[in-house]
Design a protein around this ligand. Structure first.
Ligand SMILES: NC(=O)c1ccc[n+]([C@@H]2O[C@H](COP(=O)([O-])OP(=O)(O)OC[C@H]3O[C@@H](n4cnc5c(N)ncnc54)[C@H](OP(=O)(O)O)[C@@H]3O)[C@@H](O)[C@H]2O)c1
Length: 291
């Protein structure tokens, strides 16, 4: 592994920081493409193993100038409006510079029926764009379900100030969750494995399934005060996502109507992680100060 050099895009976020910490734990040097050097310094120990390239999606020249000599690329892009263009452009430059494996954070929503869902469509088009690059090297797609961290982003206000969580489904409808820590660990494990082991693998990442009423009970237990589940209308959910969370129309519309067809935990996830997946209860306990 000593000859490997790993380049990280999206390393200062939720998932990416977990991947970087795991690589640093194993003393693997990483290059981070980041907007803020100060943020990188505040986030990570082992600064001696980190090289920071300051850059933005808007101008990929710093990436193009620094990717040569790296063997692997972790690719996470959060700009869904321009996702396909940004990801395929980065992947083309990486393969052209000799990168042997890209580990890409996609989404389980790519498996939704064709063009029925904006988020699934942009992730699917990104996967197809990367797969179609001529003479490319290995390409691993990770397809996580709903992040456990969404609870802290979209629901923190309701939990904190009204002691409620809400959604459009009934209280008994099971929903899928994955810990961002587990997505980062899965990526880091694959980046540490031989490239040939994973080839062009696709890994769905779903770590826990809970009904809204179980989630309310879990929050009640962890936070030590009663949290209730409230079923709301599509209009009410759309309003929360656009006005409180600031999501653009197509993302908010998708998330308003999103219902899993077959909620399940990924059977092989513990094989990829090397341990059992984190449960929503464990994740919530660790993040309870935010709620
Ligand atoms: N939330 C879900 O339920 C869910 C489910 C499936 C898939 N996903 C996918 O997961 C991804 C989001 O992952 P996440 O939660 O880890 O995201 P995140 O915490 O928001 O982190 C985003 C990362 O991208 C960087 N970034 C943002 N804008 C940038 C720009 N203009 N130029 C360069 N870097 C930029 C951020 O850097 P800064 O630190 O400088 O901001 C950060 O490192 C998205 O692709 C999403 O579609 C999400």
């Amino acid at each position: 592994m000593t000859s490997e050099r790993i380049y990280i895009i999206g390393g200062t976020g939720n998932v990416g920081s977990a991947a970087v910490n795991e690589l640093l734990k194993h003393k693997i040097p990483v290059t981070l493409y980041a907007r803020s050097q100060a943020k990188v310094q505040a986030l990570f120990n082992n600064q001696d193993l980190l090289t920071v390239i300051q850059g933005d999606y808007a101008d990929l020249k710093p990436f193009e100038d620094s990717i040569a000599g790296h063997t692997r690329l972790f690719l996470l892009v959060s700009d869904l409006q321009n996702l396909v263009k940004i990801k395929t452009s980065i992947a083309e430059k990486a393969y052209a510079a000799g990168v042997k494996q890209i580990v890409h954070i996609s989404s389980s929503s790519v498996s939704a029926p064709w063009r029925t869902n904006f988020i699934g469509t942009v992730h699917r088009n990104s996967e197809e764009g990367i797969l179609a690059i001529p003479n490319r090297a290995a390409y691993v797609a990770l397809r996580p379900s709903r992040f456990m961290s969404n609870q802290n982003v979209f629901e923190a206000h309701g939990i904190k100030y009204a002691n409620i969580i809400s959604d459009t489904v009934g209280p008994d409808h099971p929903q899928e969750f994955i810990s961002p820590n587990d997505i980062g660990l899965a990526a880091a494990n694959i980046l540490r494995d031989a490239v040939e082991k994973h080839g062009d693998a696709v890994y769905e990442l779903i770590g826990d399934v809970l009904r809204p009423k179980d989630r309310a009970a879990l929050l009640t237990k962890v936070l030590g005060r009663e949290i209730n589940y409230v079923k709301i209308t599509a209009e009410e959910k759309y309003k929360i996502l656009t006005e409180k969370a600031g999501l653009p129309h197509r993302m908010a519309y998708d998330l308003t109507g999103f219902v899993e067809a077959d909620p399940h935990v990924t059977p092989g996830l513990s094989i990829i992680l090397g341990r059992q997946p984190e449960t929503l209860e464990q994740y919530t306990e660790a993040k309870s100060a935010l709620l």
